[in-house]
Design a protein around this ligand. Structure first.
Ligand code: G16
Length: 568
């Protein structure tokens, strides 16, 4: 094929027309909105994925149909580049342009222009691997995607219903197959074998962990978790909860990593299962985020979020690098976002280089690539660890001079196998956490005491147009609407240890408000938005809701809906 098959594309495109009056945007994690509006977008993404593959000489591109942590009625799609990482940023704009072409003719025109501007050789093969999560809107959207593949003549491989991180793994495994950078067998079996084998090696000789409860968010993590249990055998007992993937309305509903992080409490379904001291964790709807927690001796909920995971894992890797005698050659660094708890940033920055970047794993991933070992986690539990190519080569070629060095070196090599380095992966991260806990003989209590979180609160504000909110300084300051940042600064000054920022979400139609505070300044009076919370974090809640009030007013909301609408 040296020309676009315009007739075939036209034929299929007419069956997937764009809804008028809707604007789609490739955001933080691809396109994400109500599932029943996405038919044309997903069809067009099928063609775009094929063109991306042709542009990259026939390398396999991944397409994941998921809306991850979003409510069940939402859906979405994201593209995965050949090394298993997120789509290159410049192609996000192409995706947005194609998705918004108003008619089939406009779409054909935009495609022709794209082929020309990006110099795509249409004679190259187009290869794509695709998967979806368990959302009810998934099957129809997959058939729209497949129409896109048929229209362009894409060689497409269906990976079925699986997790986002497994799809990323497959993309990398397919593209590195038979090379000296082989990432593993390009199958789910290859993925589970790689994870479970390295996990067993890393915990050999350690006490078997207590059973771990996993809240699967009633999503695809339930399927993957059940498979992982088979591969782990006796090495680690897992108890899966919230596994009803076919009951409508249950996905992410009062469960899952986002619920735990936002509400800072146990999923209600776990309340009767957990005993003091017991550890558990929550995945999100596509199993790329992980939140840990436990009940203390008084039965109080204690959360171990992405920041705590970063602190635990980074310290462990630094220790192993030192034990292996490689500390002068391998430098470990950490990447966070503005959502990282101030106490975690302080703890980490006293020990390691720490960088702050805008929200979205793609930003963290790229920043982490600049370190020999880059540990990145968003506070919401999304993250992984990257070992640079030269670090991996060094680990393989280093000659240890003592048995202790040799052991540490082997642990590091096994960690490179256990960790899904393509993207945040809840199951791989969960095994990583358990390895560290086993090596350090930590319970949740010791882990939690690495540092004490500053009280904090996240609030979502529903506004007319979130695009009116623009930020700078890694999203820590608002530049638009004009004047709003000054008002936020005035409020923040009234709280000791106060910090707050506002940014538009890239995955939901809301503006997010984050606040930390320790004590309210004496000079400040009471707040009309006070809600019932425990003493320890009432000031953070108060500050978050007062800032949310400012945002709401600025966005021209209906005063009668203020402030109850702020409750997430
Ligand atoms: C996605 C991104 C994450 C991001 C999250 C929330 O997660 O992959 O990097 O933190 O959305 O983004 P926002 O605040 O812009 O809505 P997921 O798990 O939903 O794919």
């Amino acid at each position: 094929m040296s020309q676009l098959p315009l007739n075939a594309i036209k034929h299929y495109s007419d069956a997937h027309s764009k809804p008028p009056d809707l604007h789609f945007q490739y955001g933080t994690a691809g396109f994400r909105t109500l599932g029943n509006t996405l038919d044309s977008v997903i069809f067009r993404v099928g063609i775009l994925a094929g063109l991306r593959s042709k542009r990259l000489d026939g390398k396999t591109i991944g397409v994941m149909v998921t809306a991850s942590h979003n409510p069940e009625q939402d859906n979405g799609v994201k593209l995965v580049d050949p090394r298993g990482e997120m789509l290159e940023a410049s192609w996000e704009a192409h995706a947005t342009l194609l998705a918004n072409a108003s008619s089939t003719d406009a779409f054909l025109e935009a495609l022709t222009a794209l082929v020309k501007s990006t110099k795509i050789d249409l004679s190259k093969p187009a290869r794509v691997v695709y998967a979806r999560d368990t959302r009810p809107s998934g099957p129809a959207l997959i058939s729209a995607l497949e129409d896109g593949f048929k229209a362009l003549g894409v060689e497409a491989r269906d990976a079925g219903i699986t997790t986002t991180p497994i799809l990323h793994y497959l993309v990398k495994a397919i593209n590195t197959k038979g090379t000296n950078e082989s990432y593993g067998e390009d199958s789910e079996d290859g993925y589970f074998t790689k994870l479970s084998t390295s996990f067993k090696k890393l915990v050999a000789g350690k006490a078997r962990p207590d059973p771990l409860i996993i809240d699967c968010a009633n999503g695809v993590g339930a399927h993957a978790g059940a498979k992982l249990i088979e591969y782990l055998g006796d090495s680690f007992p897992l108890v899966l909860e919230n596994t009803t993937t076919s009951t409508p309305g249950t996905l992410n509903e009062s469960c899952g990593a986002d619920f735990v992080k936002t509400m800072q409490r146990l999923p209600p379904t776990l309340a009767n299962l957990m005993k003091p001291g017991q550890r558990a964790c929550s995945l999100d709807g596509d199993a790329d985020r992980l939140m840990y927690y436990y009940l203390d001796e008084r039965g109080q909920f204690r959360m171990l979020d992405g920041d705590k995971i970063a602190a635990l894992v980074a310290a462990f890797i630094v220790e192993l690098v030192k034990l292996a005698g490689l500390d002068s050659e391998i430098k470990v660094g950490v990447v966070q976002t503005a959502y990282a708890n101030g106490a975690s940033t302080k703890y980490l920055a006293e020990r390691l280089p720490v960088k702050c970047v805008p929200t979205g794993v793609k930003h963290l991933h790229h920043a982490a690539e600049h370190y020999d070992v880059g540990v990145y986690f968003e506070a919401n539990g999304h993250g992984t660890v990257l070992f640079s190519k030269s670090t991996q080569d060094k680990l393989k070629s280093h000659e240890p001079s003592t048995p202790a060095q040799s052991t540490a070196l082997n642990h590091l090599i096994n960690l490179t196998q256990l960790i899904n380095q393509t993207v945040g992966d809840a199951l791989s991260d969960m095994l990583l956490v358990e390895v560290v806990l086993a090596h350090k003989s930590y319970s949740g209590v010791e882990w939690n005491s690495l540092y004490a979180d500053l009280p904090n609160r996240l609030v979502k504000v529903v506004v007319g147009d979130r695009n009116g909110f623009k930020t700078e300084d890694a999203e820590r300051r608002l530049v638009s609407p004009p004047g709003l940042q000054t008002k936020i600064d005035d409020l923040v000054r009234r709280y000791e240890g106060g910090r707050s920022f506002v940014r538009p979400s890239g995955t939901e139609d809301v503006v997010r408000v984050y606040a930390e505070a320790v004590v309210k300044s004496q000079a400040d009076g009471g707040s009309p938005y006070f809600i019932e919370v425990t003493e320890t974090y009432k000031f953070a809640v108060e500050l978050a809701f007062r800032v949310a009030g400012l945002v709401y007013d600025e966005a021209g909301g209906d005063p009668s809906r203020r402030p109850k609408e702020f409750l997430p």
